[in-house]
Design a protein around this ligand. Structure first.
Ligand code: AMP
Length: 252
């Protein structure tokens, strides 16, 4: 099996100040690499945020042990507007043990940040202080995929969720929820046409139908980590441990 990763930017490479356009992570057998790579390149060239002029595709063989983790349950919370959505997000975060101040700081960091990151910020669940030390890049969760793509697609369709955003987010959230010391995750997309977001905590992916205004290109991801967490171990797991997210493992 191979890990396939793509990151795309406009105005040059990310590290040279380019605007992040799109990223993707998959695991694939050798025979599927061409199709997976082609789909990623097309995505970078046709993204709603613009046509990438920098595309970095990385393919490497997975040599380490693969861990199977459960996919979360999905619960949709229908809200009237983004203000209601953010209230719902804060309530769920607090139930997951995130302090109010930490939730508010994190939401402000995503909503008012200077520019979108290509990874996620890790912040302390008790204070909201950034703890990852990864600067503009953030922690990029990688080396994960679904164990059975057809079963995942059938399950999502049965819930009326057919887009690529949810498919990718539940697989990523499955890995994040299996990570040591993560209390919760908050995310909304930087895709201007996609306003839904989520809070993942425990075994549940709380899909919130509006977390930002339509046409806004601001988005981001926050991992709330428990006090005393080993940040290097967390980063190592999220960036390097190979993970397959499975429905069966979740008893469904
Ligand atoms: P997206 O839902 O793909 O628009 O992603 C929303 C935000 O989440 C991006 O702007 C990044 O900051 C972050 N993000 C996307 N993919 C990842 C990833 N694999 N690992 C960590 N953060 C990510």
């Amino acid at each position: 099996m191979y890990s396939v990763r793509m990151r795309a930017a406009k105005g040059g490479a990310h590290e040279l100040g380019g605007l992040h356009i799109s990223g993707a992570e998959r695991l694939a057998e050798a025979g599927c690499l061409g199709d997976v790579a082609k789909a990623m390149i097309e995505r970078a060239l046709t993204h709603a945020k613009g046509k990438a002029d920098f595309i970095r595709l990385t393919i490497d063989e997975v040599a380490d042990e693969v861990r199977i983790v459960p996919l979360p349950m999905i619960k949709t919370i229908d809200v009237r507007d983004e203000a209601d959505g953010l209230c719902a997000a804060k309530r769920i975060l607090e139930e997951a043990g995130v302090a109010q101040i930490a939730a508010e700081r994190a939401i402000a960091a995503v909503a008012n940040g200077e520019k979108n990151m290509r990874g996620a910020m890790a912040v302390a669940a008790d204070t909201g202080q950034r703890v990852d030390g990864c600067g503009d890049r953030g922690i990029r969760v990688s080396r994960m995929d679904s164990q059975d793509e057809q079963a995942l697609q059938l399950w999502l369709s049965s819930l009326g969720l057919t887009g690529i955003h949810v498919r990718e987010a539940v697989v990523l959230a499955a890995k994040v929820m299996a990570a040591p010391d993560v209390a919760a995750e908050l995310c909304w997309s930087d895709d201007p046409g996609y306003v839904a977001g989520y809070v993942a905590a425990g075994k549940t992916y709380h899909r919130i139908t509006k977390l930002k205004q339509y046409d806004s290109a601001r988005g981001g991801r926050i991992f709330f980590v428990k006090p005393g967490a080993d940040i290097e171990a967390l980063r190592g797991f999220l960036e390097r441990q190979t993970v397959l997210a499975a429905l069966r493992e979740a008893g469904r």
